[in-house]
Structures are given as structure tokens and as C-alpha cells.
Ligand binder design. Structure first.
Ligand code: CAA
Ligand code: NAD
Length: 302
């Protein structure tokens, strides 16, 4: 690994090789951005089909970007595309690929036990310098990190959907995250072309702590019959200038992920009506209607 000095003269690990675990909407997006900014990326998921789909998606997105950005220079565009795609490898065996990695970014299912099991296993095989980061939406980074022996080299890197478009990354330090690790994560976010904000390890960090209560309140408004989902979406788009209304955004995020977040927070705060269970959301998830990714959620996409 290379080490460099950050502007605050604190040492940070220069991240070249990145392993991204989870090839769903977030993992594929993070892989796309990391590969197109010159990082060697290995994308890991449980089966080859998911990975092939992810790589196809990345290539399709990059082709769109190239068509626009390199409209006058198609050859340079083709070279950029080739280089970015060469930076992406795939694997179904996280344990073997982390041997040569500087950073692991985890973007698997929003479940504490599953994330702990993953990191606990990787901790035993990853090199000492490797930094671990979770893209969790709502879980405690401290709790996830507790399954490892590298609390100082563990933090949060919270991206937003769609990753290639959304400009923010929340960088989360626990009370055990070292300054070197935190600076490495800030520097990596900068290398990806993102703006970062520093967050404490509090539920939902900054964005989701404000966004989720708003979305859940919209769902409850709809459940009470105080507004149709279409009208609520139109109202928030045209009344507030939001790019998507709360129901469109829920479908975009994934109703399964929304339910994982709601379940975790309502269990931790059973008396807080802000995080109370939603019958409509529970029903849609029970029916396998997870939103855009399954073709139906609050709305139909087929
Ligand atoms: N990958 C790459 N590029 C994409 C993309 C994707 N998945 N989706 C859209 N784009 C690009 C388009 O190519 C287009 O590029 P140009 O401006 O260069 O032409 C640009 O984004 C705009 O796209 P569209 O014209 O197709 O559509 P749009 O104007 O309706 O924008 C949107 C789409 C960017 C998704 C917009 O609707 C939006 O910002 N929605 C809100 C998204 C949001 O709030 N995300 C945060 C969710 S919360 C979260 O992520 C945290 C969590 O833990 C749950
Ligand atoms: P997704 O369902 O699209 O993808 C998750 C992927 O992880 C799937 O492909 C699944 O096969 C894979 N996976 C599950 N367990 C695995 C394991 N043990 N090893 C390897 N791969 C495994 O979900 P997503 O929307 O990409 O969300 C992923 C994470 O990112 C979650 O923690 C979520 O809370 C967080 N997040 C989501 C959003 C969003 O808007 N969807 C935004 C920011 C953060």
C-alpha cells in the first residue's frame, strides 16, 4: 500500500484496490463510480447471475455517460469505457478476494446479523491494513464492527441511490475509528468525486434520520385516507421541488430496505410513533412487492 499525507498532515491509506460486497443497486453503483475513477474493483455477490446483471448494468450506464460526456471525442470515450470496464472484476468468494484489497465496502442486505457474520469472517482473512466500511442505511456501525477485531479500521461510507448521480457520501466514525481510517475514507470519497459530510454513529446518520420519518409520515397520511399516493407525490414534487415524491422514492429505495429500517427503529423505539409499523408497507413487502427492482411496489413498473 501507499501512504500519503492528507491536507491536515494526518496519514491516510491511499485506496487503490476496493472490494465491494453486494452487487445490488447500491453495490453496482459504488462499483461503477470507483471503477470509472481509476480504482481496481472486485464486486462480490452470492451468485454469478446477479454479478453478470450488475456488470451489464454498469456497462449500460457508462455507455450513456460516455455518449454525453465524449460526444465530440468518441475515441476517447471508447478508451474511457474500456478502462473503466477493465477495472471491474467479479467473484462469489469474498474471502479469497480480500487478500489484496485496501478497502471493503459492504452493500448487502440491511440485516445486522448477516452483516456481522460477513465482516467477522472477512476479518480473519483480510490483510491488517485493510479498512472495512458499511453502506448501511440505518444500522449502528459500532454494532456491525463488533464482530471484528479491527474497530480502529472500521467506519461507515453511506452512499445515495442512484450512486453515480447523487453527489453526497456520509462518512461515519465510531468512537473507535482511528483518525487515519477516517481520513482515508474522506479521501476515498473525494477521489470518487463526491462531497462528504462527517457523521456520528447515530441512527440514520444525517440524511435518513430526517428522510425516513418524512416518508413514513407520508405513508401514514395515505393509510388514513388523507391523500392519495399520487396527490401526495405531486404535492411534494411541485410544492417543495423534490425530484421524487415519497411513494416514488420508497419504490426507488426498495420497500424491503424501507421495512428493514422501520423494523429496526420501531423495535428500538417502541413508544415513538414516528417509527411505528405501517400496515400498507408490511403488506406490500409480504407480497414480494419491493418497488422498482421487482416491478411493483406502491406503483407498477412493467
Ligand atoms: N445510474 C447512472 N445515471 C443515472 C441513473 C442511474 N441509475 N439514473 C439516472 N441517471 C442520470 C441520467 O443519465 C441523467 O443524466 P444527465 O443529467 O447527464 O442527462 C440524470 O441522471 C437524470 O436522469 P433522468 O433524466 O433519467 O431522470 P430524472 O431527471 O428524473 O432524475 C433521479 C432521476 C436522479 C433518480 C431523480 O429523480 C432524483 O434525484 N431522485 C431522488 C433520489 C434520491 O432522493 N435519492 C436518495 C434516496 S435515499 C438513499 O439513497 C439513502 C438510503 O440509505 C435509503
Ligand atoms: P439490493 O437488494 O439491491 O442488493 C443487495 C445485494 O446483496 C443482493 O444482490 C444480494 O444478493 C446481496 N447479498 C445479500 N447477502 C449477501 C452476502 N452475505 N454476501 C454477498 N452478497 C450478499 O439492496 P441495496 O438497495 O443495494 O442495499 C444494500 C445496502 O445498502 C443495504 O444495507 C441498504 O440499507 C443500503 N442502502 C440502500 C440504499 C437504497 O436506496 N436502496 C441507499 C443507501 C444505502
Amino acid at each position: 500500500i501507499c501512504r500519503g499525507l492528507s491536507s491536515s498532515a494526518v496519514r491516510h491509506v491511499v485506496i487503490k484496490n476496493v472490494t465491494i460486497i453486494g452487487g445490488g443497486q447500491m453495490g453496482a453503483g459504488i462499483a461503477q463510480v470507483a471503477a470509472s475513477t481509476g480504482h481496481a474493483v472486485t464486486l462480490v455477490d452470492t451468485n454469478e447471475d446477479i454479478l453478470k446483471k450488475a456488470v451489464k448494468g454498469i456497462e449500460g450506464n457508462l455507455k450513456r455517460v460516455v455518449k454525453k460526456k465524449f460526444a465530440d471525442k468518441p475515441e476517447a470515450g471508447e478508451e474511457f469505457l474500456q478502462k473503466a470496464m477493465q477495472n471491474v472484476s467479479i467473484s462469489t468468494d469474498a474471502g479469497s478476494v480480500v487478500q489484496g484489497t485496501d478497502l471493503v465496502v459492504e452493500a448487502i442486505v440491511e440485516n445486522l446479523k448477516v452483516k456481522q457474520d460477513l465482516f467477522g469472517g472477512l476479518d480473519k482473512v483480510a490483510p491488517a491494513h485493510t479498512i472495512f466500511a458499511s453502506n448501511t442505511s440505518s444500522l449502528s456501525i459500532t454494532d456491525i464492527a463488533s464482530s471484528t477485531n479491527r474497530l480502529d479500521r472500521f467506519g461507515g461510507l453511506h452512499f445515495f441511490n442512484p450512486v453515480p448521480v447523487m453527489r453526497l457520501v456520509e462518512v461515519i466514525a465510531t468512537s473507535s475509528t482511528s483518525q487515519e481510517t477516517f481520513d482515508s475514507l474522506l479521501n476515498f470519497s473525494k477521489m470518487l468525486g463526491k462531497t462528504s459530510v462527517s457523521c456520528k454513529d447515530t441512527p440514520g446518520f444525517i440524511v435518513n434520520r430526517l428522510l425516513l420519518p418524512y416518508i413514513l409520515d407520508a405513508v401514514r397520511m395515505y393509510e388514513r385516507g388523507d391523500g392519495s399516493k399520487e396527490d401526495i407525490d405531486i404535492a411534494m414534487k411541485l410544492g417543495c421541488g423534490y425530484p421524487m415524491g415519497p411513494f416514488e422514492l420508497s419504490d426507488y429505495v426498495g420497500l424491503d430496505t424501507m421495512k428493514f429500517i422501520m423494523d429496526g427503529w420501531s423495535a428500538a423505539n417502541p413508544d415513538n410513533p414516528m417509527f411505528a409499523q405501517s400496515e400498507v408497507l408490511n403488506k406490500l413487502v409480504a407480497e414480494g412487492k419491493f418497488g422498482k427492482k421487482t416491478g411493483e411496489g406502491f406503483y407498477k413498473y412493467k
